[in-house]
Design a protein around this ligand. Structure first.
Ligand code: NAP
Length: 325
């Protein structure tokens, strides 16, 4: 089978397409014939050796995929050959086949095509967990989403609306904000041109945002921490800006507010039933047309490095997908 390989840590240009042996299903695994693979920010980090996981060389990047099961390990009973599924792989999805533990595999609803399914799991799974289990977002509350046109950010905008919140989308350009507006955002903040803190204050009548969803970190986190409402929840989702911020905790004392970590992969592993319930809700919203995963670009397998660069160079909106078959 063909796979795009990382043989040493480095930029996306160093990835190489090669023919390698097909994987076999160990007893708790399935083998997936990959049709589409989703590109996520961790793919930009894992090839550079900057991610929390460092797979042994050579490995394929690609943290999630959708396709058809071609082999099933002897201990797997809930899946069978021929099932249409989406899978969280961590890495290995930028290949024609990937072996995945059965607990990381989910059936795709009939209404969802492979590209949408490859664009769905990581972003919607993360944002649902963040807003439901971590923030306990309530209808009528104000949700501020940073990086609101990106993968997890755009999912947070849609889920926030589905949960009945007033959503303020914040992003770095007018074009990106248009994407967030089309996904249902009520208010828009361009944080390249305006001061985030002042704008949040203006849009909330001085109260601040009840829940802040931050996948960006850096300077934006510093401003967001000063834009939170009484009893607010500040969700630490990621650091796409490249800087892990530090927090003067008196800010949280003064607002009776909480800073809350979000780690969806670990949640899915530790609380599989809660994660499955989240996906039942997400699939129902998708069927009702409330969630519309935006696949803005797709690339063939041999160009998957270019796809990774779109995220690394801050150019992607919604989801970029690698179309393998
Ligand atoms: N905690 C979890 O469980 C979990 C799960 C999945 C992802 N994540 C994390 O969430 C973050 C976003 O992931 P994603 O897949 O949604 O990425 P993405 O699609 O590339 O979105 C990231 C957004 O961050 C903003 N950004 C600001 N500075 C940037 C920079 N220097 N380079 C790139 N983007 C920059 C961009 O929006 P603007 O240009 O509008 O600022 C961009 O839209 C990552 O840090 C990822 O590791 C966390």
């Amino acid at each position: 089978m063909k796979a795009l390989l990382c043989k040493a840590f480095g930029p996306a240009e160093t990835l190489v397409l090669e023919d390698i042996a097909s994987p076999e299903a160990k007893k708790n695994e399935i083998v997936l014939d990959v049709h589409a693979a989703g590109v996520n920010f961790p793919d930009t980090l894992i090839i550079e050796g900057k991610y929390q996981f460092k797979p042994p060389f050579p490995f394929s990047p690609g943290g999630e995929a959708a396709g058809i099961i071609s082999a099933v390990g002897e201990k797997i009973s809930h899946l069978k050959v021929g099932d249409r599924v989406m899978a969280l792989t961590g890495w290995g999805s930028f290949a024609e086949q990937v072996a995945v533990p059965g607990y990381n595999v989910m059936q795709i609803p009939k209404s969802m095509d492979f590209a949408s399914a490859a664009a769905f799991g990581m972003t919607y799974g993360t944002s649902m967990h963040a807003l439901k289990q971590r923030a306990n977002l309530q209808a009528g509350e104000t949700l501020l989403v940073l990086g609101a046109s990106g993968g997890v950010g755009l999912a947070a905008v849609e889920i926030g609306k589905a949960m009945g919140a007033k959503v303020i989308a914040a992003a770095s350009s007018a074009e990106k904000l248009e994407v967030a507006k089309a996904a249902g955002a009520d208010e828009l903040i361009n944080y390249t041109e305006t001061n985030l803190k002042e704008e949040v204050k203006r849009l909330t009548g001085g109260l601040g945002a009840d829940v802040i969803y931050d996948p960006v970190g850096g300077d934006l986190f510093d401003l967001a921490a000063r834009s939170i409402a009484w009893n607010g929840r500040l969700l630490v989702v990621g650091f796409a800006s490249g800087r892990i911020p530090e927090l003067p905790v008196n800010l949280m004392l003064l607002k009776g507010a909480a800073v809350i970590g979000v780690f969806w992969g670990s949640f899915a592993q530790r609380q599989p039933q809660d994660n499955a319930a989240n996906f039942q809700q997400l699939f129902a919203w998708h069927a009702e047309g409330k969630l519309k995963p935006l696949v803005s670009e797709s690339y063939p397998l041999e160009k998957a490095g270019d796809a990774i660069n779109r995220l690394g160079q801050r150019q992607a909106v919604g989801k970029v997908v690698v179309q393998v078959r």
